[in-house]
Design a protein around this ligand. Structure first.
Ligand SMILES: [Zn+2]
Length: 387
């Protein structure tokens, strides 16, 4: 087992460290991700004021969807956050259509979670798929592309299918189950994705034609947001979200089963985690644990101890499953692991365009047309990458 220690400088408040390119520390040793957390606390306060704002959002969703069968779209993965979001939405009297992008890599357990919760809550589910061989070709292209955004094809597809479902059903709101208090905010240098990026990496390293994969162009994105006025809303940012309490609630109410880790509902995540830790020295638990530390749900010393004592996963059954399923040999995987690491800046993406439009994106976020997290991640926190 390769031991990867915590990198040199660690934030004095959370456990984000210098393994994150561009991390900054203030005079007290606090990092810019802690400051981002504080900005989100101000933006989404757990006060009467915050609740008032949340109630206003709920009223708008209901009013807008009055004459329709559904009033919002909700992306469901079977994981804790999206399942809780669904149960919360139904409890508030919303009428969501759940959309599940089935890349073919989700476990039976997570699909079981989706079945159980939607059945009990009487919520319709729309399942969107992609040709498995074509998707595999895109996944392998990303491994050969040698960037750390190995899961960009899945993340990009989810955004695309949710926007398309909203457009198809003429629904203005997409609910996201993100909570900065438990998930944190992933650095842009650790997880970038957009349609142009997926297209370019696949063009260079893919072998098959892209036919069924849901690729979102900038034009389609802007059209849906500006002209159709489809909005992403993050209701869980306004509510106190305790990870353990929510897990217990879901188990009791829906016989929900925990996958064992954040995003582990998707079986490919096990191989991704291994590559990220061994090749890129990226441990995404630092983002999640840091969020839990800031919101008082985890002790900082415990988090450091977990990260240091359990640094890199061994070749587990799940890792081997992914390797076999992708049909790559041990030799090919070694080659992939030894390729010089690149970043999304080595490929054609919408990143520079997004940054040129940074001022307008900032205004759109202030006016609540776009989520503030978009501006924070892709514009403000990405300042150092622009040049
Ligand atoms: Zn920090």
């Amino acid at each position: 087992m390769i031991m990867k220690p915590m990198s040199n400088r660690v934030c004095s408040r959370c456990i984000m460290d210098t393994s994150v390119p561009g991390i900054e520390f203030d005079i007290r040793g606090e990092c810019n991700y802690c400051k981002l957390h504080d900005r989100f606390e101000e933006r989404y306060p757990l006060t009467a004021e915050g609740q008032k704002e949340l109630n206003q959002i709920i009223r708008k969703i209901k009013k807008n969807g009055r004459s329709r069968k559904y009033d919002c779209i909700l992306g469901l993965s079977g994981g804790r956050d999206s399942c809780y979001m669904l149960s919360w939405a139904v409890k508030k009297g919303l009428r969501p259509l759940a959309v599940f992008y089935d890349s073919g890599w989700y476990s039976n357990q997570s699909k079981g979670n989706i079945r159980k919760i939607t059945k009990k809550l009487s919520v319709d589910v729309e399942i969107v798929t992609c040709d498995p061989e074509e998707y595999k070709d895109i996944q392998i292209a990303f491994l050969k592309g040698s960037t750390n955004d190995i899961d960009a094809p899945d993340d990009q597809a989810i955004i695309a299918v949710l926007l398309r479902a909203a457009a198809n059903y003429n629904i203005k709101y997409i609910l996201s189950g993100h909570s900065f208090r438990t998930e944190g905010n992933t650095p842009v240098t650790w997880s970038y994705m957009d349609g142009r990026y997926v297209k370019d990496v696949h063009r260079r390293f893919g072998r098959k034609e892209m036919k069924t994969y849901p690729l979102l162009t900038f034009r389609e994105l802007v059209y849906n947001i500006v002209f159709r006025r489809i909005k992403y809303v993050y209701p869980l940012e306004y509510v106190y979200y305790d990870k353990l309490e929510v897990s217990e609630f879901l188990k009791k109410e829906f016989d929900w089963i925990y996958s064992g880790g954040h995003h582990f509902d998707c079986q490919y995540i096990h191989l991704i985690t291994k590559i990220l830790r061994e090749k890129f020295n990226i441990d995404k638990r630092k983002v999640e644990y840091s969020a839990l530390i800031r919101s008082g749900q985890m002790n900082r010393e415990d988090a450091i101890s977990v990260i240091e004592s359990y640094p890199v996963p061994e070749s587990t059954d799940e890792v081997n499953y992914s390797i076999e399923r992708l049909n790559i040999s041990k030799n090919e995987l070694d080659k992939i692991m030894n390729l010089p690491p690149k970043t999304f800046l080595n490929y054609r993406t919408y990143f520079r365009l997004i940054n040129r439009l940074g001022f307008f994106i900032g205004i759109a976020c202030k006016l609540r047309f776009l989520p503030m997290s978009f501006y924070e991640k892709y514009v403000k926190m990405a300042k150092a990458l622009k040049s």
